[in-house]
Design a protein. Structure first.
Length: 180
């Protein structure tokens, strides 16, 4: 694992790095070599594993960089919000503020984690936790494959299984589990 990348992700601005990150939609995810699962309901934090699946970036937006816009189905937005209530990956100590929001009296929304959405076999989409904000506040339209993958998620199944029997996309059975 790249130590600088882990320090940048975990400590963010506290480590002196700029935590703003932009990746083209559907490009290969290479921010971190491994993933860390956090269970929001139980508060369990810190199961690290090396994914055996390919991760593709979706929704890593930054001011000054172009992104697709357009309407999305309301069911997609609601399902994405539901996923965020039960999943949190790669939680960081530092936060990333939305730099697309105008500066003013209100502080911009911030995020400090990621989501994993299963795609085609052997593939998962990696999105920042701010992705729902980008869709609802800035008109971001993710790739159609991501929209369809989110709509296909069975949130009830994900929410009903607790650690240690964590279902994909958190910890796939063939993932290399790591101890830190």
């Amino acid at each position: 694992m790249a130590t600088r990348a882990r320090a940048r992700a975990v400590f963010g601005a506290a480590a002196g790095d700029d935590v703003r990150v932009f990746y083209e939609d559907l490009s290969a995810y290479d921010y971190l070599d491994d993933d860390t699962f956090t269970d929001l309901e139980s508060g369990f934090y810190g199961l690290w594993y090396r994914p055996a699946y390919t991760r593709l970036n979706v929704g890593w937006l930054e001011a000054g960089k172009p992104y697709a816009t357009g309407p999305v189905p309301e069911a997609f937005v609601e399902k994405l919000k539901a996923v965020q209530r039960v999943q949190w990956m790669n939680v960081c100590l530092g936060v990333h503020e939305c730099d697309l929001c105008p500066t003013g009296d209100e502080p911009p929304p911030e995020g400090n984690g990621e989501l994993r959405i299963p795609g085609a076999p052997g593939t998962a989409y990696a999105a920042p936790f701010l992705v729902t904000h980008y869709v609802t506040a800035h008109g971001y339209r993710p790739p159609q494959a991501f929209i369809e993958a989110v709509l296909a998620v069975d949130v009830d199944a994900w929410a009903s299984v607790r650690w240690p029997d964590v279902p994909f996309p958190w910890v796939p059975g063939d993932a290399e589990r790591m101890v830190e």
